[in-house]
Write a protein that binds this ligand. Sequence first.
Ligand code: PLP
Length: 368
Amino acid sequence: MLPYFSSDFGNPSSLYGIAQVARNAVDKSREDISAILNCRPSEIVFTSGGTEADNMGIIGVAKALYANGNHLITSKIEHHAVIHSMEELESQGFDVDYLNVNKNGLISISDLEKKIGPKTTLVSIMYANNEIGSIQDIANIAKLIKEKSIQFKKDIYFHTDAVQAPGKLDLDVKKLGVDMLALSAHKINGPKGVGCLYLKKGTPVSPLIVGGGQERQRRSGTENVPGIVGFAKALSIAELNKNKFNNHCEILKNKFISCLNNLDAEILIASPLENCLSNVVNLCFENFEGEPILIGLDMAGICASSGSACSSASLEPSHVLLAIGIDPKIAVGSVRFSFSLQNSEEEIIYLEKKLKDIISELKSSIKI
Ligand code: PLP
């Protein structure tokens, strides 16, 4: 990325020599990403990240298809980048169905089948969930949507938020059968503030950002050249290391799960045991709130996250945990642990020890 901040700082849309160096770097990055996604380079639209890619694939496409119908379908466990895009469209006259999921975080294909009707133009179902790690059967969902398109004699488009998938799951858009797929660089050790939308050739889109007409009129604004270069490199590395990453993280995750019995607490594993990202496990510590556990972990140098968001002084349980049927009182005790190639088995032992200390400290302070 460094040369594109300094010696090769040209604007890819200009005509002078250093601009061409920047243009070539963007083109090469687009080609590298499209090779991993098994699509044409022109089907990649660079964005400011996963949120914008989701907004574009949902708001941009639904608006362009408005004349064909105003009915959209998604699930209850989507990231807010999708849920809030849907809510925005509802405020503009669209009807949205939010599908239930089972305790493993999976939608039911037959529920989806019942909801698709003559006014449906777009379905958005995430590939892998960011809070619990559940992986949807995207290829089968796509197959159903194609069958329904034939039945209703109209195109029904399928968007997937795949932000959590790179380096863990197959990103071949042809095998997945999707029309739009959103990615973000920072989930794979790439730079923050850059991502892309795979937009299948022929998919109508009404641009969210208008101006100079970059990205084939689909997303205006001078390209973030260092970010795009870093994104393509991060995606190539993640793809190359996929098997190694999954094997390593499964070992760490299993080791961690097997030591949970040694902790003096009631713990509910909110993540599914099958069809789950290799690197994610979400635990609900019953009788505790997630936040003090996170603070204790942070003081021990361990970075984890909570599914709860603190709003107006009350701890709101995560919409994902509620959707998989977890009691709100238990859901507030959620902590999500995620592992990577940078973690070791020794660190799992350290994590177990620190969790023991935190639990005993919290118990003595709240006298459970
Ligand atoms: N979708 C999912 C599943 C995510 O996990 C995230 C980020 O946490 C996003 C979308 C948003 O991506 P970004 O932070 O690049 O805007």
